[in-house]
Design a protein around this ligand. Structure first.
Ligand code: 26V
Length: 814
């Protein structure tokens, strides 16, 4: 198949000379400038377009192969994508890294300089958004026909800075200088309605006519998602809201009412204006529901449009389509598909419901009750009147089903209903997601088990086969090959090839080198060089990292109590034989999450006190790295010796930073929570620092009513000294709220785990003193992290939930 030939296009250059020709022609014709006057930004945009062209060529072949095959498609619906910087990844995936490094010299720049200008689309909050990015990467790598749908927020996750020790937030206008990776697709624009009312359709019981009160345009653009080592290039399609032409009020403008003239357009465009940064405070904000519906409505219409390119019979829809819901954020898609099928395409309710149920699958990413989305019925009724009617009908048929299975069990009906009645009527999105899908999965073994046994227990009783586990994974290309080139080269040398990058289980071959002294020596030297690059502290100190969103359940405050304990010990024995440590924190707190922001302030206050103390500072340094994002993660992870994964057991659904750090040879200190359990099972209990209550013990202690945080404080002298120091103002008077919350309710049992944690850290120090042992453990962590490749995660979804087969894309023939 040669698509270019039919179009009379020439082949894109593959030699250094040809690549350079293409680069110069891009600079001249598409950037509209010359070598003599090219700025760094000109060079960056030019290189990006030149690289993008190579992927576009593969994209065209992918689209042709998919069209010819008419395969079953995976559509991934996610309100968040944390794609990370694009240039390096696209150089790697297009195999043009070396050509590019040579060619940009003719423009007078180095590749590193231009990579420094690359943008990071921060269209997500944390783990859930980054998981979406790793999964689309792996779907392309596994040749699965897929589209990721999302929202093109004008402003991504806020930029964090630390000012006077506290978090400050700035807007992130990520595409302010343009985004060379994006293709606008205005022809595929969609129209979305909101508000208004419904009317009966004469002669029909189930159909209704919805007359929306507001109409908004959704304009798509897409970014290319190449597979590694394959020809597939999939896309992530992002929707941006726009007012229609009619939304500009010319007569008001002419009358000098400039703000009023554009107010309708502004209202429309606000829908995709900003990513909600609150993954921690409950918000019943209508605009967020509007975003969710906007994403779902645009995407479903696009999915149907694509289906109809090759199919004509609705009875084939569920065989050709699987829509994966990334948490409950896109769950309104279930009601929207019902509406489209029943009201617009005039299918019978039963057929529409059968199609809908077979089309969707739902991934749950949390266990925290406060994180399970619900919407007040009155908000729904106003914004999406027809959808509320449909949800009521779905609920009625569903509750009938429950009643048949469990006659007379009214308590069960009340618990399972999609509508919560008390204390306020609300729509439970997780219930809708379970009822309207064929499969439900958690993101790690423990999480899936707890979902079945607690939060979704009634549903698991009713439909046991629906519930599955798919343990999360990460992209080895981004998180070791690109992030840690030195270690990747050593691994490639050790394994005799690069096959491990798309078959990560091959890392097990490193086990054979775990006792090779010269290999261990090189392994250690690389970790040290990565620490020198990061420049966070003494490269010979133990680099102890805790990098993740700030949340009380993740327990950054526990790490802080350990730091204060070390501070006291060193002060009390300045001549002691202390293991030098650099503790590095990074992460954002939701702007309205005051308890998390208090913890950030206390970290910085403790860090300053220690830095100012000549006795302690040679041994202990606390660093807070501002504005944690994918790019910063790629710098920190390769330099980490110790990975802090210390959430209260039963609270962290999976974690994925834990996988990235283990893959890069950091040893984990962690609780039996989320994927930590699976990491420990694979790398071996001897190569993992375990401490603390397990999920069962934690739940028992919490619910027994017997837990008194203060008992631990009274019993444990070091703990008492740490908390007393905070309360006495030893750290610039900062931290009273943190101490108060620990001594009060201590929701996340921090004090209950304190002693076990500190003792475990002492064990870490002892092992660290024996560098040969430490390095051996480090190699074994990398060697047994193969399971955590997102390629494996995607294969699990493909086999057990999606039931899709790969569609290989033919190579370019000449
Ligand atoms: C949302 C909320 C909303 C309000 C109250 C508190 C709260 C806390 C957390 C969240 C986030 C829920 C969704 C999420 O991001 N989950 C993360 O998903 C990752 C990918 O599966 C997983 O590795 C993390 O453990 C999980 O926290």
């Amino acid at each position: 198949m040669d698509l270019r030939q039919g179009l009379g296009l020439r082949r894109l250059g593959r030699t250094a000379d040809e690549f350079q020709q293409d680069l110069l022609s891009t600079l001249y014709y598409r950037r509209g400038t010359t070598v003599e006057s090219a700025s760094a930004r000109d060079a960056y945009e030019t290189l990006s377009l030149t690289v993008r062209d190579r992927l576009a060529e593969r994209r065209a072949r992918t689209a042709a192969a998919h069209f010819a095959t008419n395969p079953r498609w995976v559509y991934y619906l996610s309100a968040e994508y944390l794609l990370g910087a694009q240039l390096e990844q696209n150089l790697l995936y297009s195999g043009t890294g070396e050509l590019a490094a040579e060619a940009v010299k003719t423009l007078g720049f180095t590749l590193e300089e231009l990579e420094g200008l690359d943008i990071e689309p921060g269209l997500g909050n944390g783990g859930l958004g980054r998981l979406a990015a790793c999964l689309v990467d792996a779907m392309a790598t596994r040749d699965i026909p897929a589209v990721g749908y999302g929202i093109r927020y004008d402003f991504g996750i806020f930029k964090q800075s630390i000012s006077g020790g506290a978090q400050a937030e700035c807007p992130d206008d990520w595409a302010f200088q343009g985004n060379p990776w994006e293709f606008p697709a205005p022809d595929d624009r969609q129209t979305v309605g909101f508000y208004g009312h419904t009317e009966p359709v004469p002669g029909s019981q189930t159909r209704k006519r919805w007359i929306p009160g507001e109409v908004v345009l959704g304009e798509p653009s897409h970014m290319l998602v190449p597979g590694y080592g394959t020809e597939t290039v999939n896309i992530v399609r992002l929707w941006r809201a726009r007012g229609s032409e009619a939304s500009f009020d010319l007569s008001r403008f002419s009358a000098g009412q400039y703000a009023e003239a554009v107010q309708e357009a502004v209202r429309a465009e606000n829908i995709s204006k900003v990513l909600y940064p609150d993954d921690s405070t409950e918000l019943g904000r209508e605009l967020r529901l509007k975003q969710q519906y906007f994403l779902c409505s645009c995407s479903l219409r696009d999915i149907i449009r694509r289906f109809r390119l090759r199919n004509s019979d609705w009875s084939d829809f569920a065989d050709k389509t699987v829509i994966q819901l990334n948490d409950t954020h896109p769950t309104i898609a279930i009601a929207e598909l019902m509406r489209l099928l029943v009201d617009e395409y005039e299918l019978e309710w039963d057929q529409a419901w059968s199609i809908t149920r077979r089309t969707f699958a739902y991934t749950c990413h949390t266990l925290l009750p406060e994180a399970l989305e619900t919407w007040p019925v009155h908000v729904f009724e106003r914004l999406l009147p027809r959808h509320l009617e449909i949800i009521y009908l779905i609920n009625m048929f569903f509750l009938r089903e429950v009643e048949e299975r469990f006659p007379g069990d009214t308590d069960r009906l009340r618990r399972m209903s999609i509508i919560q009645e008390e204390p306020e009527r609300r729509v439970r999105m997780a219930h809708l997601a379970v009822v309207g899908t064929e499969a439900v999965n958690g993101v790690a073994e423990l999480h899936s088990k707890l979902l079945r046994e607690t939060v979704l227990n009634d549903f698991a009783d009713l439909w046991p086969a629906k519930f599955q586990n798919v343990t999360n994974g990460i992209s080895p290309r981004r998180f070791i090959k690109i992030a840690n080139p030195r270690l990747s080269d050593l691994i490639t040398e050790g394994l005799g090839g690069e096959g491990w990058l798309s078959d990560l289980d091959q890392l097990a071959g490193l086990e054979a080198l775990a006792d090779d002294a010269s290999f261990l020596e090189r392994w250690r030297a690389i970790k040290r060089a990565n620490k020198v690059d990061l420049a966070a502290g003494d490269p010979d100190s133990l680099t102890d990292v805790m990098i993740k969103r700030f949340h009380e359940y993740k327990r950054q405050q526990l790490k802080l109590l350990h730091i204060i304990t070390l501070y006291h010990r060193i002060r009390n024995d300045p001549g002691g034989d202390w293991v030098p440590r650099t503790v590095l924190f990074a992460g954002k707190a939701a702007p309205a999450y005051h308890a998390a922001k208090d913890i950030i302030r206390l970290i910085n206050a403790v860090g300053s006190t220690i830095a100012a103390d000549p006795v302690v500072s040679p041994y202990l340094k606390v660093v807070f790295a501002e504005n944690y994002n994918v790019t910063l993660a790629e710098r920190i992870i390769p330099a980490a010796d110790l990975s802090e994964q210390i959430s209260l057991a039963g609270k962290e659904a999976s974690g994925t930073g834990n996988m990235k750090l283990a893959l890069n040879g950091a040893l984990t200190i962690g609780t039996l929570d989320g994927a930590n359990i699976e990491i420990r099972a694979r790398v071996g209990a001897d190569n993992f620092f375990l401490f603390g209550l397990d999920a069962f013990q934690a739940a028992e202690l919490r619910y027994s009513g017997q837990y008194r945080a203060r008992d631990n404080y009274e019993r444990d002298g070091e703990l008492r000294a740490a908390i007393d120091a905070i309360q006495s103002g030893a750290f610039g008077g900062v931290g009273h709220e943190v101490a108060g919350s620990l001594l009060g309710w201590d929701e996340y049992l921090t004090l209950a785990d304190y002693r076990a944690y500190v003792d475990c850290q002492d064990h870490v120090d002892r092992v660290w003193r024996d560098q040969a042992t430490w390095s051996r453990m480090s190699v074994l962590n990398t060697a047994h992290s193969g399971f955590f490749s997102a390629d494996r995660t995607v294969s699990d979804y493909a086999a057990r939930i999606w039931r899709v087969a790969p569609v290989p894309v033919p190579r370019d023939e000449d």
